[in-house]
Ligand binder design. Structure first.
Ligand SMILES: Cc1cc2nc3c(=O)[nH]c(=O)nc-3n(C[C@H](O)[C@H](O)[C@H](O)COP(=O)(O)OP(=O)(O)OC[C@H]3O[C@@H](n4cnc5c(N)ncnc54)[C@H](O)[C@@H]3O)c2cc1C
Length: 389
């Protein structure tokens, strides 16, 4: 793809490094994992050893202290190379909660080990089966008992729980009807999974349409040391929200990378495939959906850059981060659709990887926040329309 501004792209050296690393994990590698619904352990290890997963951890704790846009460049490049960063992207954005709200002791205990790869912080327990997007109605409780909290309840879609040493868990510490506001009374805990498994923590994998290592997690009188409470009790919802803009920007960058992968594939095939004695790409009916997806991808890419710029300035980037996620998820989906259509029947063949990436990128219309909820956010917070729910 002839990318405008490519010669001046930010983080060119990092992108080259990630590309080289990804070249060792080809389509066949991802296909086998997809077939077996297996975790890309070697890929995650390679990324960790090369320091990419610690990109956003400050140097004082063993990371490289890059700004958010550096992390976004890494995630975008993984997707553009045909990989699936969903196996480990959470490490980048969950870590932010620990960094911003953790005590000095918690940061000293966990961050260097996360940076070195000795500990994986990949699991984020927010969503529950009964409350869904209505996070403040979640039912998992954490009751203080001496120097411990006792956790009871259930999470769903807790991705990578089986492959993570630590989980960031959101639970209610004050009942909703006793809290001053519905957003009060929720608290965040760092759960050490190894110690908890079989002692009140049960994990059950959920098989999904793509390889995502997602699970449901059950808490039955799980005892979590009080020292593992993050920040102040009752303020957890704010802590989670404060990390969401970074999460949206990183996932939007992944969608931009997916869109680029689909567009590259579609363009190459449209030039090569001869039907009726001419390349199919000579037909405008084939060109236009690819060109439109390209325009959508570029617009999304600019919004990702703008959201990251505001985030790095410490400015409010809620609208831009949400729009980046919305536009990028739409662009990757449009590009996926155009890519399948351009390939005709071959778009459905496993060995082309298109059907795999098609399934993988579909997720981002729904998670980590669904398109409707982004539109509601824009309607209410940017346009001043009445809250709809
Ligand atoms: C593969 C996968 C991995 C995930 N990983 C994680 C994870 O690691 N940790 C975690 O905590 N969560 C995770 N999630 C959960 C994800 O964030 C939620 O699925 C998502 O936020 C939507 O919530 P829900 O599924 O409960 O949908 P619901 O809240 O039940 O919504 C269903 C539909 O109704 C729409 N809807 C609901 N309310 C409104 C409204 N007021 N106005 C308009 N439309 C509305 C939604 O947009 C959606 O389309 C994951 C989900 C999946 C599928």
């Amino acid at each position: 793809m002839n990318e405008p501004g490519k010669g001046h792209e930010r983080y060119a050296e990092i992108r080259d490094g990630v590309r080289q690393l990804c070249a060792n994990f080809d389509g066949e590698y991802w296909r086998v994992l997809d077939r077996d619904r297996a975790y890309p352990t070697e890929f995650v290890r390679a990324l960790t050893e090369a320091g990419y997963l610690a990109a956003l951890i400050p140097e004082a704790y063993g990371g490289s202290g890059l700004p958010l846009s550096g992390g976004a460049a890494i995630m975008e490049t993984i997707q553009h190379a045909g990989g699936n960063g969903a196996a480990c992207h959470a490490q980048m954005y969950i870590m932010g909660a620990l960094l911003r709200h953790g005590s000095d002791a918690q940061k000293a205990k966990y961050l260097p080990k996360i940076a070195s790869g000795a500990l994986r912080l990949q699991a984020f327990g927010v969503t529950e089966p009964t409350s869904g997007t209505d996070t403040t109605s979640l039912k998992t409780t954490a009751r203080r008992e001496g120097d411990h909290y006792v956790v009871n309840g259930q999470k769903i879609w807790t991705s990578r729980a089986e492959h993570s040493d630590l989980m960031l868990l959101l639970a209610r510490t004050t009942p909703k009807d006793k809290a001053a506001k519905r957003t009060d009374g929720l608290s965040v805990f760092i759960v050490e999974m190894g110690a908890a498994l079989g002692k009140g923590l049960t994990i059950r994998p959920i098989r999904t349409m793509m390889n995502h290592s997602t699970t449901e997690v059950f808490f039955d009188d799980l005892r979590v040391p009080a020292e593992n409470l993050l920040g102040e009790a009752g303020k957890g919802f704010r802590y989670i929200l404060s990390g969401m803009n970074a999460e949206r920007v990183l996932i939007a960058a992944e969608c931009v990378g997916d869109a680029k992968w689909f567009i590259d594939k579609a363009v190459a095939y449209a030039k090569d495939r001869i039907v009726f004695d001419r390349p199919i790409g000579q037909n405008q009916g084939v060109q236009f959906p690819i060109a439109r997806a390209y325009a959508q991808m570029r617009a999304a890419e600019l919004m990702v850059a703008e959201a990251a710029r505001l985030y790095e300035l410490g400015a409010d980037c809620g609208a831009e981060a949400n729009m980046a996620k919305l536009l990028a998820a739409d662009a990757s989906w449009a590009a996926a659709e155009a890519c399948v259509q351009t390939h005709g029947g071959f778009g459905f063949a496993e060995e082309y990887d298109i059907e795999r990436k098609f399934r993988e990128t579909r997720l981002y219309q729904v998670a980590p926040i669904s398109t409707n909820l982004i539109l509601s956010y824009l309607a209410e917070h940017v346009l001043g329309l009445p809250r709809s729910y």
